[in-house]
Write a protein that binds this ligand. Structure first.
Ligand SMILES: Cc1ncc(C[n+]2csc(CCOP(=O)(O)OP(=O)(O)O)c2C)c(N)n1
Ligand SMILES: [Mg+2]
Length: 903
């Protein structure tokens, strides 16, 4: 569609005439002409019509043939040469330092793989060394008084480069480098990637599971604003959050899925640097297109400030001399697959195929040798271009910035893997390749030792070493560094929640109990302000909406509208200093907020207590990798898997009814999963958790299953606190003096089946069943395996007994567990239960139906619990099998009922 542009003859001539001028006069003239045409249109056609015409033109521009989609600018640097600031550093020294880091980073991988097969990556850092070094020498600010330090998310695979720098800084020694990826070697070693769990004084943010670093960085930047808005910081200046990510990594939905948040929230405290080396692991990221253009369109559309750094300084003159527009045309028409080829082929190839496509372009490079053509740098390898981009990002106000830096994967590896499809996996180099690397980067290592790839560090009094340290000193200290000064919170003890110990006269669910507990905690005079309630659009489901009005939902903009429910008591209130993080429908976003809040003790020195409540099915099952990361990053806080239980959440069916999150949570080493049955258990667990995390400074977090079924909330029996936190205690003993003894472990709301079964067993079958509350099978198991391992390795010493061993040793009869989760959850302790454990659970897909029917279907209702207990007794020959058969009849259970399908 052509834009119609009605104008007078004179005006038409003016426009046509300017076409000629445009061709000869270049950029400035074009914009001047466009401006006058625009003014003319405004004057003659009015605002509305002009806007329509502009939109038509924009549409044409979008439809024009080009390899990328979206809203893009020409394939050149965003910052024109004229606007480029002078480089403030000593380029020669910085280059020498960077070259040595390149060598050491490569050497540690090659060395590790000469004797082991532990792997490692050379090519990623090789492509991003300049991106990091410019930032290290001029931008990253370390932590200092009243400044938490810039928060930097390093690309995971570039870790060897960060170690190489830390070695030069004197923070790591040769032995550390020698033991890269050999953490269990004598003296310890370096972790493969950024893992605060493994190197707690070094790494701050785990990034190597692609996509998680990017999304976390966004929510970290927003959390920084939240802390500030709530008056919990005393920064002398605001920290920047920097995230370095790979161009291939941008394919992860988590990477780009939340970028609009940053623009919406005007997060000018975040800078993303996408290392566009055009390759991922297997091959090109967008061989048939251009990743930089594609990302530019996406980020521009999302409201970000986009800075492209495509061409190095050597190109400035060539670009300037091209008056034909053909060079830009050629740059635009080449796809990334072509650009990759120009890296692996000699300069003659680029001359022939890139410039040679249009003879006019060949003239632009006649003064360059093939060698010089092959050395025409990409922007991401040019310190001046990167400095300009970083400075512009630092200066940008009101918008987040993304820098799209074009680089070469495996830069400097030459034949060993520069720009090759195998470069990501390259971890070995032969002697010839090492010599070539040494020559290219001028590393002072002699021939006789080169094959051993020795590490090299300039002497402490060398100009290089002094420069390196001076720069970091001027910028406040080393990065990365995880500096934790333990701050103890004045958390309440369990008796602060005394109302739960009395029980309640009305039925309630554990979700209701939790909301009540949270409300009380939010009122606590000392730590109430440290509580961070987080919800992904489910507050009303859990009854947490009452908190909206009292604590406010955090919004950087406050509330610009009058909420429709303003007249009601509990209206939807957004506030600039709101305490609640209402994340909308984004579990990944909410989890990122949980992590940011749960690590605030480390990143800000301000401990916060996050309570993130969500539909349990959309927890570890959906964002399990972030659960794992929460462990790695040493996050603290409480995750509340609400609407838990495959039969307790009735009506919702297969996709919602969760019966396995407890198992997922059990897999995370630093996570304590609990399945409380009563309000008092919740209170004891949460009080103990706060003590362990914020007084004892343990780096752990909690997962609590919450149910929405109302049932009696009894008072707390005496002396059970220890059992509650350890994972098992006797809640209600059976009657005395019975010959037939059984024990039923219940948890969550299915505890009600156990309690009612206890009565039927006593009344109808003469069985005295003790009912136990199993609050955490994982913790029982962990304790048992710890003892088991010790016993195995100390076979001649008196055996240690686990908590379960001791607790159950004197009990007689059979043991039965009933759970609203799959059987594997209780079965975790089966090996340590005397005589074994007979388990009833909810294995199989859920269904939408009533609780009663669901529980019969899965076999976890009262009747099934009675039958299961009798069966366990019959199996041990403690009762006759006929009793079981009779019970099946009496209780109306159809033995031929079709069971849930499990293959
Ligand atoms: C979630 C996840 N999926 C897959 C991988 C395996 N992986 C490691 S690096 C890599 C390619 C990375 O490419 P890119 O993001 O472009 O980074 P580059 O090394 O090119 O800078 C892949 C697929 C991973 N680490 N995490
Ligand atoms: Mg890449």
């Amino acid at each position: 569609m052509r834009a119609s542009f009605p104008c007078s003859r004179n005006e038409f001539i003016q426009v046509k005439a300017s076409k000629k001028e445009i061709n000869s006069a270049g950029g400035n003239k074009v914009s001047a002409t466009l401006k006058s045409v625009f003014e003319l249109a405004l004057e003659s056609q009015g605002t509305e019509r002009t806007a329509q015409m502009l939109e038509q033109l924009a549409q044409e521009l979008r439809n024009a043939p080009r390899p990328a989609s979206g809203v893009t600018t020409p394939y050149v640097n965003t910052i024109p040469v004229e606007d480029q600031p002078d480089y403030p550093g000593d380029r020669a020294i910085e280059r020498r330092l960077k070259s040595i880091m390149r060598w050491n980073a490569m050497a540690m991988v090659v060395k590790a793989n000469s004797t082991t097969n532990v792997g490692g990556h050379i090519a990623s850092f090789a492509s991003s060394a300049t991106l990091y070094e410019v930032a290290q020498n001029h931008f990253f600010r370390g932590a200092s008084e009243n400044f938490p330090g810039d928060m930097v998310y390093f690309q995971g695979h570039a870790a060897p480069g960060m170690y190489a720098r830390a070695y030069m800084e004197g923070r790591l020694d040769e032995n550390d480098l020698q033991n890269f990826r050999q953490e269990l070697a004598e003296g310890g070693g370096l972790s493969s990637y950024p893992h605060p769990y493994l190197m707690p004084e070094f790494w701050q943010f785990p990034t190597v599971s692609m996509g998680l670093g990017p999304i976390m960085s966004l929510y970290q930047a927003r959390f920084n604003r939240y802390l500030q808005a709530r008056g919990l910081t005393n920064w002398k200046s605001e920290p920047k959050v920097w995230a370095f990510l790979g161009d291939g990594e941008s394919d992860e939905p988590e990477s780009l899925g939340a970028i609009t948040l940053a623009a919406r929230e005007n997060l000018d405290n975040i800078i993303w640097v996408v290392n566009c080396n055009l390759q991922r692991l297997d091959g090109p990221v967008r061989g048939n297109g251009k990743i930089i253009q594609e990302l530019e369109g996406l980020f521009t559309g999302a409201g970000w400030n986009v800075i492209k750094v495509i061409w190095g300084s050597e190109w400035d003159d060539i670009i300037k001399r091209d008056k034909s527009g053909l060079l830009l045309k050629r740059m635009e028409e080449c796809v990334d697959g072509d650009y990759q080829k120009y890296v692996v082929e000699p300069g003659s190839y680029t001359r022939k195929h890139f410039f040679g496509k249009y003879p006019e372009l060949l003239e632009l490079v006649t003064h360059l040798s093939d060698e010089q053509i092959s050395k025409l740098l990409r922007g991401g390898h040019d310190v001046r271009k990167m400095y300009a981009a970083y400075q512009a990002a630092m200066d940008c106000k009101g918008q987040p910035t993304v820098i799209l830096a074009k680089t070469v994967k495996g830069y400097g590896l030459g034949e060993a893997g520069e720009g090759k499809n195998i470069s990501h996996q390259q971890k070995k180099m032969n002697e010839k390749e090492l010599r070539e690397f040494r020559r290219r980067f001028d590393i002072p290592i002699s021939d006789d030792v080169i094959a051993e790839t020795p590490f090299f560090r300039p002497a402490p009094d060398s100009a290089e070493a002094k420069y390196l340290l001076a720069r970091r000193q001027a910028l406040g200290g080393f990065i990365p560094a995880r500096i934790v000064k333990p701050v103890t919170l004045d958390v309440p003890k369990a008796d602060y929640f005394a109302e739960f110990f009395k029980g309640s006269t009305t039925d309630a669910s554990t979700t209701m109990a939790f909301v009540r507990l949270l409300t009380i905690l939010l009122r606590h005079k000392s730590v109430g302000k440290n509580v961070v309630p987080i919800i992904p659009d489910e507050a009303r489901t859990f009854g947490m909406d009452a908190l909206f009005k009292d604590y406010g939902i955090y919004s950087s903009k406050g509330q610009l509208y009058e909420p429709v429910d303003k007249k009601s008591l509990l209206y939807y209130l957004e506030k600039k200093d709101g305490q609640i993080l209402e994340e909308g429908i984004s579990e990944a976003g909410a989890m990122s907020s949980f992590i940011a809040a749960g690590t605030s003790y480390a990143s800000h020195g301000v401990p916060m207590i996050p309570f993130y409540a969500y539909y349990s099915m959309f927890g570890p099952q959906r964002v399990g990798d972030q659960f794992w990361l929460a462990g790695d990053i040493r996050a603290k806080g409480f995750l509340l898997g609400a609407t838990s239980g495959r039969t307790s959440l009735n009506g919702e069916g297969l996709q919602h009814q969760d019966g396995h999150s407890l198992l997922h949570a059990s897999t995370i080493p630093t996570c304590l999963p609990y399945d409380p049955a009563f309000g008092f258990e919740l209170a004891v667990i949460i009080a103990d958790g706060m003590r362990r995390m914020f007084v004892e400074h343990e780096d752990i977090f909690y997962y609590l299953a919450l149910y929405n079924e109302n049932h009696p909330m009894p008072p707390m029996p005496a002396g059970v606190e220890d059992g509650i936190v350890k994972g098992l205690y006797k809640f209600k003993a059976g009657y005395d003096g019975a010959k037939i003894k059984a024990h039923i472990f219940g948890s969550g709301s299915i505890m009600q089946s156990a309690l009612k079964a206890q009565m039927i067993l006593a009344e109808k079958y003469g069985v005295s069943a003790d009912v136990w509350s199993a609050t955490s099978y994982k913790l029982l198991r962990t304790d048992a395996i710890r003892c088991q391992r010790w016993n195995m390795l100390h076979p001649t010493q008196p055996a240690k007994k686990s908590y379960v061993d001791n607790l159950l040793a004197k009990e007689s009869g059979v043991f039965v567990a009933v759970s609203d989760n799959i059987r594997t959850v209780p079965d975790q302790i089966a090996p340590w239960v005397p005589g074994g454990l007979f388990t009833l659970g909810t294995d199989g897909f859920g269904r939408s139906d009533t609780r009663g029917r669901l529980r019969r279907f899965f076999g976890v209702d009262v009747e099934s619990t009675v039958i299961g207990t009798l069966y366990a007794l019959a199996e041990k020959k403690l009762i006759d099998r006929k009793v079981v058969a009779q019970a099946i009849k009496d209780l109306g259970v159809d033995p031929e009922m079709v069971p849930p399908q499990i293959v």
